[in-house]
Design a protein around this ligand. Structure first.
Ligand SMILES: C[S@@+](CC[C@H](N)C(=O)[O-])C[C@H]1O[C@@H](n2cnc3c(N)ncnc32)[C@H](O)[C@@H]1O
Length: 281
């Protein structure tokens, strides 16, 4: 089969499930990953012959996409801040809004060398690994309650050639952190069950619920706990950064102020949604 013919087949199989633009994005990513042909080549080399072995592989990917499995899990990796991260169903797929959080940290971190940073709820390790890449002098730590997430994050640190210390730790437990930090950052679980109807099937049925959901009656559970932990674990002039639920910006800000935090700044993402907060003691 030729590349053009496979594209026709691919479009037809997926047209009732995804918008055309998303199907095109999938196609370009798959052909790049599996046939090493870039987007231009998809248009200029449409008569490239696909071997039977490759075709079998591409057909399996098409079938998996039909079940709404995220392409990042199918291919086993994704790009975040220009770096490559292995992903699997034990870790959340890093999101573009988290890239904006990293940029905010980069532009406001303390200019001392060896700034010590902790990421709480690290998942794939996208936050600490990217920070270490972007601020090489930083001393970076990360924790997660999930052993499998920590294993994936460690692999990602190795693949990206950075040194990050990973800890298995339940941030909601009473166990105290043993170090103090100049920056504490977290993108914790924040989706309320009542928001489940807004969540697409590919997320709901595939990404780890441990990474996503909190109870409707206590949606800020992680933020409150981390704000308490940061009180003893932040160094003088230290900064706390959160990615937040876009519907709970005001509540998160008020909670931080009520716990004695100052300079609480709520920031919007590229789409104008309340998405990040920073504060200090
Ligand atoms: C929203 S995900 C964020 C993952 C990653 N930091 C990112 O931005 O893509 C939240 C993470 O918190 C972790 N988590 C959930 N409960 C936790 C707990 N009690 N203590 C520590 N980490 C927890 C989950 O395993 C998950 O990896």
């Amino acid at each position: 089969m030729k590349l053009n013919d496979f594209r026709t087949f691919f479009n037809k199989e997926l047209e009732n499930i995804y918008p055309k633009k998303e199907i095109d994005t999938f196609f370009f990513r798959i052909i790049e990953a599996k046939m090493k042909l870039d987007t231009t080549a998809v248009f200029t080399k449409g008569d490239t012959k696909i071997t039977d072995k490759k075709l079998a592989e591409l057909t399996i990917i098409t079938e998996r996409l039909k079940t709404e499995e995220p392409l990042q899990y199918i291919l086993g990796n994704t790009e975040f801040y220009g770096y490559n991260f292995e992903v699997n169903p034990n870790v959340l797929i890093p999101r573009p809004e988290t890239e904006e959080l990293i940029t905010w940290i980069k532009t406001s971190y303390l200019e001392n060398t060896n700034v010590k940073i902790l990421d709480i709820g690290t998942g794939s390790g996208c936050i600490p690994i990217t920070i270490k890449k972007e601020i090489p002098s930083a001393n970076v730590f990360a924790l997660d309650i999930s052993k499998k997430a920590i294993e994936t994050a460690k692999k990602n640190a190795e693949n990206n050639n950075v040194d990050v210390t990973f800890l298995l730790h339940d941030i909601l437990s009473e166990k105290k952190l043993e170090s103090t930090f100049d920056i504490i950052v977290s993108n914790p679980p924040y989706v309320r069950n009542l928001e489940k109807k807004e969540i697409k099937n590919n997320v709901l049925n595939n990404e780890p619920h441990l990474a996503l959901f909190v109870a409707d009656n206590n949606p800020l559970i992680f933020y409150k706990r981390i704000a308490d932990v940061a009180k003893y674990a932040l160094n003088a002039n230290g900064i706390l950064f959160f990615e937040i639920n876009q519907y709970l910006g005001k509540e998160t800000k008020e909670m931080l102020i009520s716990k004695g935090y100052k300079n609480v700044i709520l920031k919007q993402d590229l789409f104008g949604n309340d998405r990040m907060i920073k504060a200090n003691l």
